[in-house]
Design a protein around this ligand. Structure first.
Ligand code: PLP
Length: 380
C-alpha cells in the first residue's frame, strides 16, 4: 500500500488551498482588533475590507450587495431564516418554504420556528425530481421566506433555484429568498446578480479557507434584521469582533477560485466522467444515486448493494481513502441520510450509500489505485 492519502471527502472540508497555507505562514499579526483606531487595528481592518472586495469580485457583485462575515454557514443560514421570521406576529404567524433535503443548518431553524407557532412547508421531490410548481403551490400572502440550496452536499444535485426565485418574486416581491450556496461556490458558476436571491450563504472551509468563517451575502436594499446585537461591527448587522485570520483566508480562497474556476470545472467534469465509468466497470452491481441532469462536477453518490456504508467508510479509511457515508455533520450517528430517504431510497439503500467528493487536484491516474482500495475493502 502506498502512503498516499486520498481525501475524497472534500464536501465535508475542502482542505486548505496551498496559497492559503502559504499565506498563513506570513509574519502579519492577525491578532489585533480591527475596531481599534491604532495602526495595528487599522491594518487588520484593511485585511477585512480587502477580503470583502475579493469575495464580491469572485461573485461578480457590486455596491448593491453587502458581505456580512459570520462564523460559518451554519450561522449564516440561521441568521437568514430567523431574520426573516422577525416580522411575524400573533396575527400573522411565520410561514416559510424549503426543501426536505437542505442541510440541518437550514432544517433545524425552520423546525424550531414551526414548533414555536409558525408554519413551514418542507417540500419533497415527486418521483425523484424537484419541480418549481411543487414549491409554488405553498406560496401564500403570509409567506416570509423561501429557502433553497443551490446544490446538495450529499448527492451534488443542482436545485431549480433560479426558476423558483424568479417565480416567487413575480408572485410577491416581498417574500425573502435565501440560497444556501455553500457547496456550489468554487465548483460551479453561479450568476449571483440574476438569481433573484436576497441572501446567499457561503462557508470558508468548503472552498479551501479556514474552518469557522463564512458569510451571508445580502442585497443592499433588503431589509435584513440582525440577531446578534452588541458592537457596531459589520455595519451593525453582525456584532462581534471579526475573525480576521479566517476572513483573510476566505478572501484568498475567493481570489484563487476566481482565477481558476473555469479551468477547474473542466477538469472536474472530465474526472467525474472517467471515475464513474471506471467504477461501473469495476463494480457492475453498483447504483449511482443521481437525481438531476445538472450535478456538481466533483460529487458522486454511489450505492454498493449489501455493503453497509459505515463499515465501508472505516475499511477505506484503514487504507488512507477518505469518503463519507452521509453529511459530515451527521457522520457518527448511525442514521440513514435524510437526503437519500427524501429522494426515495429505502433505509437499507441509504445505509449502503457513500459520497465520494474530490478537488481539481485529484489525479486521473490515481483512480485505479482508489478503485483497488475500494475493491479490497468490499471483499473484506
Ligand atoms: N450548508 C451546507 C450545504 C453544507 O454542506 C454545510 C456543511 O456541511 C453547511 C451548510 C454548514 O457549514 P459550516 O460548517 O460552515 O457551518
Amino acid at each position: 500500500m502506498s502512503n498516499k492519502i486520498f481525501n475524497l471527502d472534500v464536501n465535508a472540508s475542502y482542505g486548505l488551498l496551498p496559497i492559503v497555507k502559504e499565506a498563513l505562514r506570513s509574519e502579519f499579526d492577525y491578532g489585533l482588533n480591527p475596531s481599534s483606531i491604532h495602526q495595528g487595528g487599522q491594518r487588520a481592518r484593511a485585511v477585512i475590507e480587502d477580503a470583502r472586495a475579493s469575495i464580491k469580485s469572485f461573485l461578480g457583485i457590486g455596491k448593491d450587495w453587502k458581505v456580512i462575515f459570520t462564523s460559518g454557514a451554519t450561522e449564516a443560514n440561521n441568521l437568514a431564516i430567523y431574520s426573516s421570521s422577525l416580522a411575524s406576529t400573533k396575527n400573522s404567524p411565520f410561514h416559510g418554504i424549503t426543501s426536505a433535503i437542505e442541510h440541518h443548518a437550514v432544517l433545524e431553524p425552520f423546525s424550531l420556528l414551526s414548533k414555536k407557532g409558525g408554519f413551514v412547508d418542507f417540500v419533497s421531490p415527486e418521483n425523484g425530481k424537484f419541480l418549481v410548481d411543487d414549491f409554488l403551490k405553498y406560496v401564500k400572502h403570509e409567506t416570509q421566506i423561501v429557502s433553497l440550496m443551490y446544490a446538495n452536499n450529499e448527492t451534488g444535485q443542482v436545485m431549480p433555484v433560479r426558476d423558483l426565485f424568479a417565480k416567487v418574486k413575480e408572485e410577491n416581491p416581498n417574500i425573502s429568498t435565501h440560497c444556501d450556496a455553500v457547496q456550489a461556490f468554487g465548483k460551479t458558476k453561479i450568476e449571483v446578480n440574476s438569481l433573484n436571491a436576497d441572501m446567499l450563504t457561503m462557508s470558508g472551509h468548503k472552498i479551501g479557507a479556514l474552518t469557522g468563517v463564512g458569510a451571508l451575502i445580502v442585497k443592499d436594499d433588503f431589509n435584513f434584521k440582525t440577531l446578534l446585537l452588541g458592537g457596531a461591527q459589520e455595519t451593525r448587522q453582525r456584532a462581534g469582533t471579526e475573525n480576521v485570520l479566517g476572513i483573510f483566508s476566505l478572501g484568498l480562497a475567493c481570489k484563487y477560485h476566481q482565477e481558476t474556476l473555469e479551468k477547474n470545472i473542466q477538469k472536474l467534469v472530465s474526472l467525474k466522467e472517467v471515475f464513474k465509468t471506471k467504477l461501473k466497470l469495476a463494480f457492475p452491481d453498483l447504483n449511482f444515486n443521481s437525481y438531476s441532469n445538472e450535478e456538481l462536477p466533483n460529487t458522486i453518490n454511489v450505492r454498493f448493494p449489501n455493503i453497509l456504508s459505515s463499515d465501508l467508510v472505516v475499511g477505506l479509511d484503514l487504507n488512507n481513502l477518505y469518503v463519507s457515508s452521509g453529511a459530515a455533520c451527521s457522520s457518527g450517528k448511525p442514521l440513514p441520510s435524510h437526503v437519500l430517504l427524501a429522494m426515495g431510497c429505502s433505509e437499507k439503500e441509504a445505509q449502503e450509500s457513500i459520497r465520494i467528493s474530490f478537488r481539481h487536484d485529484f489525479q486521473e491516474n490515481d483512480i485505479d489505485e482508489v478503485l483497488s482500495i475500494i475493491y479490497k475493502a468490499i471483499k473484506k
